[in-house]
Design a protein around this ligand. Structure first.
Ligand code: C2E
Ligand code: MG
Ligand code: MG
Length: 579
């Protein structure tokens, strides 16, 4: 619908009863005729006998129009009009002044007292009715256009222009009263992915629901604006301390992280929030918003998190941006390398495969691990490019080892964004064909938390991948919260038990109970288990007894460069079938 159609629809489509105040001090017959004429046209009328009374009524409820005599005893129409204009919401109400004669003096007086229009006596009733109807419609249209210009049509929240207008007096007020206020800058995490994969209609539904949830987390008087796309800004006035803002931010993070259900489908979204406090973090509107935005950028590193602005954050963020640029170049300059960690069978003690883990050989900072650069790659959109490199490099290496008659499987770690990207299965198929890889030698690991945040979206892609003879492992299993329902339906072959349960398994009876539970669950679903991060013989013994199938860990080896891995672990041929 075009803007004009929307205005038309909003203003003229709805036949709501108009409410007018009639302030006429004239002979009874004109008065009565006016009352009858408007009542017949279905107007809601309220009568005032002089200017004072009209003001009194307006303070309780602003009408859609005031029809007022210019000359009256007590307070005349000109003064009353001026006073009404000073009332809250009084500036935009149409006031139609009835002047005695069409003399220039009273017309001038009418307009300078703030009247919208005038009509002079003696008047024709039908002209009067038309004039009133037109003024009300024009006023509604104007109000509606203002609303459209200052509100976001999707969520009906104030928009960015509105926020800028709103916040300026908030600053002045806070200065005058020596008060604090907070600006919260929210950006939804991974919203683009939801929009791209589930469609814009679903994205719109989610944005609306998000704005409703935010509303429930703040006080009624707090100001919420949709700043743009998936960004929202909240102004919390009159706060005692930064603590209040922290509580609100935590409440919003928690509330938004709960699933949204649309048409029996669950959607998950989280938000990152940056906070700036007046006057500590800025004394003007633009620096407060800029600082809240910077703090949000910092919160993005963690996601579902909030951060207060701190001096020096600019430098930190500039460093991060530089690192992002570095990472982009790292892929091109060949600074990335895959290390390989052996996976060992509990029963036979033989090598069954390897897991490829990324490393970045930075020319000046040395080697850094994936915990540093994977989140950076995910946030900056580089992850797909990085994963393409991992897939290419990994399958190439595997081909080379298989060609030397070493028998092993290779597990590659992927981000959930790779599964959301276009046709991962076709990419894998092409790679497998190019390297003539047989079935059952490749495994893809996806962490539990990311997998379970969008199980429905990726399950079809996973099925295609599995059908090509590539097995699927859930990484860090137990660290997130898998729904048994999904676990049953997803085409998963392997559960990799998170290191946190292995670490203290020697002393913590609850950990061994959990591992035993996971093994039982895997067995009942026809899946295999891999224990991650086994460092001691005792851990290995316990895990073996609990029925795990294989393990990885420093007990056998840390992840090693390809050459070292080959030298240390691929000297003998072993049987491998992870299925
Ligand atoms: P992950 O896939 O669960 O890998 C296991 C991590 O535990 C590796 O850390 C490994 O070096 C470490 N580890 C293995 N055995 C032990 C042990 O006995 N003790 C201890 N303390 N740690 C052990 P790393 O290499 O730093 O990788 C961290 C995570 O980054 C990986 O966890 C994986 O989720 C992700 N990752 C690694 N490479 C890639 C990649 O190429 N692409 C993607 N998307 N993610 C990757
Ligand atoms: Mg892994
Ligand atoms: Mg893991």
């Amino acid at each position: 619908m075009s803007l004009l159609e929307r205005v038309d629809d909003a203003v003229f489509g709805d036949q709501e009863q108009s409410y007018i105040i009639l302030v006429v001090d004239d002979d009874r017959s004109i008065h009565l005729s006016l009352v009858n004429a408007f009542r017949l046209e279905n107007y809601q009328l309220e009568e005032a006998h002089d200017g004072m009374q009209a003001i009194e009524i307006c303070t309780h409820r602003m009408p859609d129009l005031i029809l007022m005599d210019a000359i009256m005893p007590q307070m005349n129409g000109f003064d009353a009009c001026q006073r009404i204009r000073e009332l809250p919401n009084g500036t935009d109400i149409p006031v139609l002044m009835i002047t005695g004669l069409e003399d220039e003096g009273s017309i001038f007086k009418a307009f300078s007292s703030g009247a919208t229009d005038y009509i002079s006596k003696p008047f024709n009733f039908s002209v009067m009715k038309q004039r009133v109807a037109w003024l009300i419609k024009a006023n509604r249209a104007e109000k509606h256009i203002k609303h459209l210009a200052y509100h976001d049509p999707l969520t009906s929240l104030p928009n960015r222009a509105n926020l800028m207008q709103y916040i300026q007096p908030v600053v002045s007020h806070a200065v005058a009263k020596n008060e604090k206020f907070a600006v919260l800058f929210l950006d939804l995490d991974r919203f683009k992915m939801i929009n791209d994969t589930m469609g814009h209609d679903a994205g719109d539904l989610l944005l609306k629901a998000v704005s409703d949830r935010i509303r429930y987390c703040v006080r009624e008087q707090d100001f919420i604006a949709r700043f743009g796309g998936d960004e929202f800004t909240i102004v919390l006035e009159k706060i005692q301390s930064a603590d209040t803002a922290a509580k609100v931010a935590a409440k919003i993070c928690h509330s938004l992280s709960q699933p949204f259900v649309f048409m029996q489908k669950k959607m998950f979204v989280t938000t990152s929030i940056g906070i700036s406090i007046f006057p500590d973090n800025g004394s003007d509107v633009s620096s407060l918003i800029k600082h809240a935005d910077l703090a949000m950028f910092k919160a993005k590193e963690k996601r579902n998190y909030f951060f207060f602005y701190e001096t020096g954050m600019e430098a930190e963020i500039a460093d991060r941006l530089e690192m992002e640029l570095d990472l982009r170049q790292a892929i091109e300059r060949g600074e990335l390398e895959l290390y390989y960690q052996p996976k060992i069978d509990f029963r036979t003690g033989d090598l069954v495969g390897a897991e490829a883990l990324g490393r970045w050989n930075h020319p000046t900072d040395g080697i850094s691990g994936p915990n540093v650069f994977i989140p950076l790659a995910e946030e900056s959109g580089l992850i797909n490019q990085l994963s393409d490199w991992v897939l290419e490099q990994g399958t190439n290496q595997l081909r080379s080892w298989l060609s030397k008659d070493y028998k092993l499987t290779l597990a590659l770690n992927l981000s959930v964004k790779d599964l959301m990207a276009e046709e991962l299965h076709s990419k894998l198929e092409a790679l497998m064909r190019r390297h003539s890889l047989p079935k059952n030698v490749l495994e893809l690991e996806i962490t539990e938390t990311t997998l379970m945040s969008h199980p429905e979206l990726i399950s079809a892609e996973l099925v295609k991948i599995k059908n090509m003879g590539v097995s699927i492992a859930i990484d860090d299993f137990g660290s997130g919260y898998s729904s048994l329902n999904y676990l049953k339906r997803l085409p998963v072959d392997v559960l990799k038990i998170d290191r946190s349960f292995i670490q203290d398994i020697e002393t913590g009876p609850s950990d061994s109970a959990i591992v035993s539970g996971i093994v039982g669950l895997a067995q009942s679903l026809g899946m295999k288990t891999v224990a991650e991060g086994v460092e001691t013989d005792v851990q290995r013994e316990i895990l073996g007894k609990l029925g795990c199938d294989s393990f990885q860990g420093y007990l056998v080896a840390k992840p090693l460069p390809a050459g070292d891995f080959e030298e240390q672990f691929l000297h003998k041929t072993v049987t491998t079938d992870i299925q």
